[in-house]
Design a protein around this ligand. Structure first.
Ligand code: FE
Length: 146
């Protein structure tokens, strides 16, 4: 795992644009069924939309019906950080990019096997890299918790 990326909020806003800034840096959520990558079925890596780090592999993507891209596991346990989120009157587990701490989405314990997990990720938090070999390692069961 590479060192963390740190930028000022002004730099992130400039780098990401308003919509991605709202989601990745302010823990926003895109409207369900609106994301460009929701129905993407290509082989490759889903990388962080802020820093480019590989986060999810296409073979772990599944159709959840939620309206957000859904995965059973991150590409490696250390690729994401999972943080307890008590906002909006719920207790959920937030998923962030471990490298830049960008907000990705949440993980829920109602996914299909083998992990039983559903990583519910904003399309706007991801970019797709077709055929990228860097995301073909064994998926981890879960990310680091803190
Ligand atoms: Fe990142």
């Amino acid at each position: 795992m590479a060192d963390k990326i740190e930028r000022s909020e002004a730099e992130w806003r400039e780098h990401l644009g308003e919509e991605r800034y709202r989601i990745l840096r302010q823990a926003g959520t895109e409207a369900a069924f609106s994301g460009e990558l929701l129905n993407n079925k290509g082989d490759g890596a889903y990388v962080c939309g802020a820093c480019g780090e590989p986060l999810f592999a296409s073979r772990t993507k599944f159709e959840s019906g939620s309206g957000w891209p859904s995965f059973t596991a991150p590409v490696a346990g250390e690729a994401v950080e999972e943080i307890t989120d008590r906002s909006h009157g719920m207790t959920r587990t937030e998923v962030r990019c471990a490298k830049c701490e960008g907000h990705l989405g949440h993980v829920f314990p109602d996914g299909p096997g083998p992990t039983g997990l559903r990583y519910c990720i904003n399309s706007a938090s991801l970019d797709f890299a077709p055929g990228d070999e860097s995301a073909k390692g064994e998926p981890a069961a879960s990310g680091e918790r803190r």
